[in-house]
Design a protein around this ligand. Structure first.
Ligand SMILES: [Zn+2]
Length: 332
């Protein structure tokens, strides 16, 4: 393969490695009689080992043709990139982007507290330091709706101008993805900063416990979007917290919004977003129920202060009128 090859060797190294990986994966499936079709190259990527590029004064230099052509990327021009890393790991060059792995040696911090999160379509509800906090996602939802409308209009175009329609579709999908990503990055960066100061860990829903097969088949766009939000939020928050040495725990969320946090009785929908316990009569916002349970299950204890407040409210029969507790809403 190296005969008459004018480009750098790492392209070939990487090709061989990915093809070996592809073949091995297929053999594994074949042996388990699970392979349905021949393997195909779906994404063209080159992995660049850390011996095949240089990094000096903030500039990344990747050899394309030995001593003749280089790909240079000035990282100092992208101020959103983290500065406090120890080294750069392997690079992944795809057709449209360069993926850079930053490495940092972190000291794990024993957290002083824990917070739990429940991600929904139009908000993220959290229990932080015994307080219910709500992050508004309506702007993110709006982005998705706007592009959904654009796609619907392009669909009509695709009959008489298929090429143009395809190009527009790709353009708008990319923009939608980027704008949604940008929103989530800003939100998770803010939360991670706050958690760094408070030295708090995070408890998140283990999305693997949600029947993904059912969801994939589900045609409900809103449910799909809210799952996508959850995945992206968790992925970003996790690496940003780990970068600071803070821990992240995953909890099985099954029935987390249907179990009474006071008496473990089962709860049923009361009205719109409210749930009512069939056993003790507690009425509470379903997202609040979820974060309370996630935190209790994740820590194996009860968030005492909050539960005490709920009990007091129940005794005074305040809970029916004021079942949202006091929820702070943040506009990211
Ligand atoms: Zn109850």
């Amino acid at each position: 393969m190296l005969e008459n090859w004018e480009y750098s060797k790492h392209c070939i190294d990487s090709t061989i490695n990915s093809v070996i990986g592809l073949a091995k994966g297929w053999i594994r499936l074949y042996n388990r009689e699970k392979s349905k079709s021949k393997s195909k190259v779906t994404r063209k990527t080159i992995y660049i080992k850390n011996t095949l590029f240089s990094y000096k004064n903030g500039v990344l230099k990747i050899s394309i043709e030995p001593r003749r052509r280089y790909l240079e990327v000035d990282l100092t021009r992208h101020d959103y990139l983290s500065k406090d890393f120890n080294s750069i790991g392997g690079l992944l060059l795809t057709e449209g982007e360069l993926i850079i792995t930053f490495k940092k040696n972190v000291k794990n911090i024993e957290p002083r507290g824990w917070a739990s999160f429940d991600v929904n379509l139009t908000n993220i509800t959290a229990l932080i330091n015994g307080k219910i906090v709500r992050y508004d996602l309506k702007r993110l939802y709006h982005i998705h709706r706007v592009y959904e409308e654009k796609r619907r209009r392009i669909q009509k175009l695709s009959n008489h101008k298929p090429k143009k329609a395809k190009r527009l579709m790709e353009k708008y999908s990319r923009r939608e993805k980027n704008r949604a990503k940008d929103f989530m990055h800003k939100l998770t960066t803010k939360i991670a900063e706050k958690f760094g100061e408070m030295e708090s860990g995070a408890i998140l829903e283990n999305l693997k416990n949600i029947k993904s097969r059912v969801l994939r088949k589900s045609k409900n766009l809103n449910r799909k979007l809210s799952k996508r939000n959850a995945r992206q939020f968790q992925f970003m928050l996790e690496y940003k917290l780990k970068w600071l040495g803070l821990p992240v725990k995953y909890v099985n969320p099954t029935k987390s919004s249907k179990t009474c946090p006071l008496c473990s009785g089962s709860m049923a929908t009361y009205e719109s977003r409210l749930m009512k316990c069939k056993k003790c009569g507690l009425v509470l916002d379903r997202d609040v129920v979820a974060v309370l349970n996630l935190q209790m299950w994740g820590l194996g204890v009860t968030p005492k202060a909050l539960i005490a407040r709920l009990r007091a409210m129940m005794e005074k029969r305040l809970i029916d009128q004021n079942s949202h507790l006091s929820i702070k809403v943040y506009q990211p």
